[in-house]
Write a protein that binds this ligand. Sequence first.
Ligand code: ADP
Length: 277
Amino acid sequence: MSGESILRLCDVSFSYSPERQAVSRVCADIHAGERIAVLGPNGAGKSTLFLLLNGVLRPSEGSIRYLGKTITEKNINVLRRNVGIIFQDADSQMIAPGVREEISFGPMNLKLSREETARRVAYAISCMNLQGLEERPPHYLSGGEKKRVSIADIIAMEPAVFLFDEPAASLDCANEEKLEAVLDDLSGQGKTLLISTHDADFAWRWAQRVLVMQGGIVRADGTPPEIFAQEALCREANLKCPTLYRIKKMLEEHNLLKEKGRFPRTVEELKALLGER
Ligand code: ADP
């Protein structure tokens, strides 16, 4: 993709302890509006990378640029304001005694008007299906409900870049679908979305680009078909092969599809491909 990147990582490394690097010499250009899935086994460095991108952690080596501006201690707030992170552990994000207050906290900190805060909070509550839970204390909600509040928190901040660390982990099917609709909506608004996930089927249908992390490095960076065609990579990085990719390959092997190049991302697209026969 051409054009200026919204985020650029130049040789970024980070270590929690002197013995080993959690993220090692990562270089990547992230463009505005991209939908990126970050895949890789446990301990690959995905969460650490997100914490670096949002300015919670600072690189031990290398640098991060936001819209061409190098991030330093002095302007770290550029990252904290524009790059929102939804943590894997929703509890670590909750601070207020009620759901509505919790979601209002971020916009109020940005010193937005009362009307604008109310508009954003109402939008975030409806996006995450939280109607009826507004006055409940976040700490007494279920894991999935807390997760939805933590996502609403960040939606209300309206950052340019959203980092979702395994967002669907504790959601039921209905709320997982709702989350995907919200992701489409955010993507339609031009937001840049990075999602770390173990769900290869989701990555296949949703992502334009996949980054595979392993042992702290970005091992591969490409479109979903480019990534999942690499059998050794998938095996070594514990990536499951997406179901629709496997079906497409099987149909090709049995000469049941004329067109080799096109990959269906959804069941509807597969049906359309089959219908063309
Ligand atoms: P992933 O998100 O891909 O599972 P992480 O970024 O959480 O990977 O972890 C990368 C490496 O850093 C792992 O070896 C992990 O054990 C280590 N690590 C993560 N968080 C901490 C921490 N707070 N203190 C020390 N080591 C950590």
